[in-house]
Design a protein around this ligand. Structure first.
Ligand SMILES: *Cc1c(COP(=O)(O)O)cnc(C)c1O
Ligand SMILES: [Zn+2]
Length: 407
């Protein structure tokens, strides 16, 4: 039977050694990260999209799953790509777009990688998949695992929002609520992965898991008909940036575009390791982090993935920036009021960083820019608003319309 996938092997990003397409998390020769290789001729000759399929499986040949019986889906549609001209005018940017990944089934970009992670867990014969998370990956992996009939062991920190924690508690077969931050739990998780207690749905090493996030580039190309000048990504472990830029590179290698967009890394100042290294020109240095509202970026030690992210940004003439939480929250509110898009704080970080880089003169006002808004605002935590009810009357409506608005 012909494979659904055009994947041919694994290759080390450091020493270039090739490996078979088996469940393998590191290079045998040097311990480096692995990336999946594809048969370019097939990707060139076949149509990009299989329109009768949903989610990342619309691009099945570009994904690492051989048998359609292992695909898992919750009816995903391509996330919308919105022009945001009013916000762009405020920022002095003439060609600004938002790709709104809050439209995914569990409300975040994680649903792209969860599709390939859970399908690959099946492909390699595992009955359990695990992940460490600040909330979004846990709810997404747990959801797709349940959909596929697998056990999902999800580790989530207790600083997550009530909405995310309730979702996880509702859907996960096995939950660990951990104290501390992501960096504290991941070491122990990776030790369990090494013992093969479950399929690695974590972000440290697995080359198969992140592959679904390539679909960000493929969808954007379909929607725009070209590559933008810049793609701005929220960066936690760097998967979204790395995988999407791999997608763009393959679109270039198959002759569909001339060259990939320049990648821009967007982080919270609390966890700004890529931005610091990019600005100083030094190596990546881990840092001990505390809380940030941009939970998806709350990683202080990105390890090998971080070094690769920085390397790709430098190779592809990219940029990096960071913003304090207050700027993130201001941008979240502005985007909602001016364009009607209610995104979570992490989803506002790319725009807030874009605004900053533009202000610093690092972004051309005429550049075509796509910002990834990676989560819905509906999974956030909001303190009780403490509003006081008013006595209903016609006069109340008239006075409100006359400009005593509640903004
Ligand atoms: C996980 C996450 C990110 C960042 O993801 P990486 O791919 O690990 O860099 C961005 N936004 C949201 C909402 C996330 O949950
Ligand atoms: Zn190697």
């Amino acid at each position: 039977m012909r494979s659904e996938s055009a994947a041919t092997g694994l290759r080390c990003v450091d020493c270039q050694q090739s490996h078979e397409l088996d469940y393998r998390l590191a290079c045998e020769a040097c311990g480096g990260l692995l990336e999946i290789q594809y048969e370019l001729q097939r990707l060139t000759d076949e149509p990009l999209v299989q329109s009768r399929r949903t989610g990342v499986w619309r691009y099945a040949a570009w994904m690492p799953v051989h048998d359609a019986a292992d695909f898992v889906t919750l009816g995903e549609q391509p996330s919308p790509l919105f022009p945001v001209p009013r916000l762009g005018a405020e920022l002095g940017l003439r060609r600004l777009w938002i790709k709104f990944d809050g439209s995914n089934p569990t409300g975040t970009v994680k649903d792209r990688s969860s599709q390939t992670a859970v399908a690959c867990a099946r492909q390699f014969g595992f009955d359990t998949i695990g992940v460490v998370s600040t909330g979004n990956a846990a709810s997404s992996i747990a959801t797709y695992a349940a959909r596929a009939g697998l056990r999902g062991l999800v580790c989530c920190y207790t600083q997550s929002t009530a909405a995310k924690m309730a979702h996880i508690a509702g859907v996960a077969s096995d939950v660990i609520w951990y104290d501390g931050v992501y960096d504290d739990m991941i070491r122990h998780f990776d030790a369990a992965v090494d013992r093969r207690w479950f399929f690695d749905g974590g972000a440290t090493r697995n080359p198969y898991k992140q592959e679904g996030k390539k679909s960000i580039a493929l969808e954007t190309y379909e929607q725009l008909g070209r590559a933008p000048d810049l793609m701005v990504y929220p960066v936690g472990m760097g998967e979204t940036l790395l995988a999407s830029q791999r997608g763009w590179a393959a679109l270039a290698a198959t002759g569909r575009i001339e060259k990939p967009p320049r990648p821009v890394s967007a982080q919270s100042t609390e966890a700004n390791t890529i931005a610091e290294a990019w600005r100083s020109g030094d190596d990546l240095r881990a840092k001990t982090i505390g809380y940030t509202v941009a939970e998806g970026t709350a990683v202080g030690d990105m390890g090998a993935k971080g070094r690769l992210t920085l390397r790709r940004i430098r190779e592809q003439d990219g940029l990096a920036g960071d913003v304090p939480d207050q700027e993130t929250l201001d941008m979240q509110r502005r985007l909602a009021q001016v364009e009607g898009l209610w995104v979570g704080p992490t989803g506002a970080v790319p725009l807030a960083v874009t605004a900053r880089l533009a202000q610093e003169g690092l972004i051309d006002p005429d550049a075509e820019i796509v910002c990834i808004s990676s989560e819905t605002g509906l999974k956030g935590d909001w303190p009780p608003l403490g509003v006081e009810g008013q006595k209903p009357s016609l006069d109340l409506i008239r006075r409100t319309l006359d400009g005593v608005s509640n903004k």
